[in-house]
Design a protein around this ligand. Structure first.
Ligand SMILES: CC(=O)N[C@H]1[C@@H](OP(=O)(O)OP(=O)(O)OC[C@H]2O[C@@H](n3ccc(=O)[nH]c3=O)[C@H](O)[C@@H]2O)O[C@H](CO)[C@@H](O)[C@@H]1O[C@H](C)C(=O)N[C@@H](C)C(=O)N[C@H](CCC(=O)O)C(=O)O
Length: 487
């Protein structure tokens, strides 16, 4: 793209050197720079992109967007000094990629728990109803069935814009983003023209990053403000009426608010819920009438998740009857109350629950069909929010027997993690075993016929991060090994 065209909306303080005629690519990582690229220097928390501008120039960058004047060869690369390079990146990326989000149906899903499930439900419902859809989230970047790796729940701004551009180039006109509070605060979604913003729920998590629930809640709210003020576009906020943040998020947008609830009348609400070991049934009351709904998704929170997904698609004109019909065939997302197939006379679920609220909901959701005991394993990550640990164990105490272990211990010792968890235990029937593989084995050794076993914390992840190395790990594989020895 011609440089003058690319920088037409960019405010800058000063230009050093002469601008290249063309920009071939935008990059924020010096290691990815190719000839003719513009390199935008971004500050991280541990490293600063400004320190890599020299390397970027050596690799062929011809324009550097920087917050300070850098000592670089003026004949090789021009510099544009900007006040804030993240904002500059948002403006440049929007122009460079041609604002693709404006031409697509874009859904953003935020909340503490349920983001992955709701995003996946919207994505799969669209595909089931003959649409094409792309999804970016914890599980990766799914380009209408072609799954690619991505590092974060909400990727950096450049990756995000490239995803939308790629989806558009493939002829896909729906894009779903799983939106983290980190992503919102760091502006990783600036410039994205969302059509529907969905809120699942807010509970204790990430306080190492946000420090207070107030800030955490505010961060999530940025998604609803991002629907914008242009009322010539039909947009909607889909909000959970059962959560105390409902009113505040509703106040953040002039667009239509669609409510959903499991507890009281709302635009979409559930009545007569029946939880089974492998299915959930409820009566859906909607603006288009009442429907008997059946889903393979399990547990209380998935009732809420299905309501959210149906409401989000209703906001884009889908018929409720079609959505209810399509929902029957949609399988749970990997690692979200996922039933592990086994011939042994017990039930094993893998779940991602790693907050007190999610743990409580996971355990309560299997209580209706409990015949013997509930055995529950929880781990928590090292070097992350420690304040939630006792509350997690407190909720885990709802189970008859609990094993306290680790998710990704990173650099923290096993003992430090399990000791924090142990502080919240409300009964004595538990064991602390920091090594997760040994913890899973131990739990399975205790299992008896008709027990319900839940492995929480790792969900879809097939690895453990110890120090900074990823090791293969699968709760279900270990559990099935023990079953083959014992049953
Ligand atoms: C480990 C960590 O917390 N890293 C955060 C930190 O990054 P950092 O200090 O390492 O710096 P960096 O962003 O890697 O580097 C700064 C710049 O230098 C550039 N660089 C760097 C090295 C080099 O050789 N060349 C080069 O050009 C980088 O490309 C970048 O542009 O500072 C950045 C802020 O500018 C954060 O975006 C980044 O979050 C990373 C991406 C991260 O993974 N954060 C986690 C906490 C996160 O976002 N998690 C949520 C999940 C939430 C949930 O579970 O719901 C998510 O959305 O994934």
């Amino acid at each position: 793209m011609k440089t003058n065209e690319c920088i037409q909306n960019l405010s800058y303080i000063k230009q050093i050197g002469s601008l290249p005629a063309e920009i071939t690519a935008l990059e924020i990582d010096s290691r990815a720079v190719t000839e003719g690229a513009a390199f935008i220097c971004q500050k991280g928390y541990t490293v600063d992109g400004h320190d890599y501008a020299g390397q970027a120039v050596k690799q062929g960058a011809r324009l550097i967007i920087t917050e300070k004047e850098l000592d670089l060869p003026a004949d090789e690369a021009a510099q544009l000094i900007v006040k804030n390079s993240s904002r500059a990146l948002a403006v440049l990326a929007d122009t460079f990629y041609g604002s693709p989000s404006e031409r697509m149906s874009v859904f953003g899903v935020t909340g503490t728990n349920g983001k992955t499930s709701v995003s996946n439900l919207i994505h799969e419902l669209i595909r089931k109803l003959n649409g094409r859809s792309a999804l970016s989230g914890t599980i990766g970047f799914d380009l209408d069935g072609d799954l690619r790796q991505s590092a974060n729940t909400t990727s950096d701004l450049l990756t995000t814009q490239r995803m939308i551009r790629t989806a558009e180039a493939e002829g896909i006109n729906n894009m779903i983003f799983e939106v983290s509070s980190h992503g919102l605060v760091e502006g990783r979604l600036w410039g994205i023209d969302f059509d529907v913003a969905v809120f699942t729920n807010l509970s204790h998590d990430h306080l190492d990053y946000h420090h207070t629930m107030e800030h955490y809640g505010y961060a999530k709210g940025l998604l609803f403000a991002q629907l914008g003020q242009d009322l010539t576009k039909k947009k909607a906020a889909v909000l959970n009426l059962d959560d105390e943040w409902f009113d505040r998020y509703a106040q953040m947008t002039p667009h239509e608010v669609i409510s959903y609830s499991m507890e009281r009348p709302a635009d979409f609400y559930a009545e007569d819920i029946q939880y089974m070991a492998d299915r959930t049934y409820y009566k859906l009351i909607s603006p288009e009438g009442e429907f008997e709904l059946e889903t393979q998704l399990l547990g209380t929170f998935n009732v809420s998740n299905t309501l959210a997904a149906i409401a989000a698609l209703y906001a884009r004109g889908y018929k409720v009857s079609d959505l209810v019909e399509a929902l029957k065939d949609i399988a749970p997302v990997s690692g979200r109350m996922q039933l592990v197939p086994t011939s042994a006379p017990l039930s094993i679920y893998i779940d991602y629950a790693h907050t007190p609220d999610a743990i409580e909901k996971a355990i309560r959701s299997v209580m209706p069909f409990k015949k013997n005991r509930i055995l529950f394993l929880i781990g928590t990550g090292g070097n992350r929010d420690k304040s939630k640990r006792p509350a997690m164990a407190q909720m885990a105490s709802l189970a008859d027997y609990v094993v306290l272990t680790t998710d990704d211990p990173r650099y923290e010792s096993y003992d430090s993690i399990t000791t924090d968890l142990e502080k919240g235990m409300l009964h004595e029937d538990y064991a602390c075993i920091g090594d997760r593989a040994a913890a899973v084995r131990h739990l399975m050794q205790q299992a008896e016929p008709d027990d319900i076993i839940i492995f929480a914390g790792k969900g879809h992840e097939d690895y453990q991060i110890i120090e900074n190395t990823k090791y293969p790990h699968s709760d279900s594989e270990i559990a099935l090994e023990v079953i083959s020895e014992r049953f």
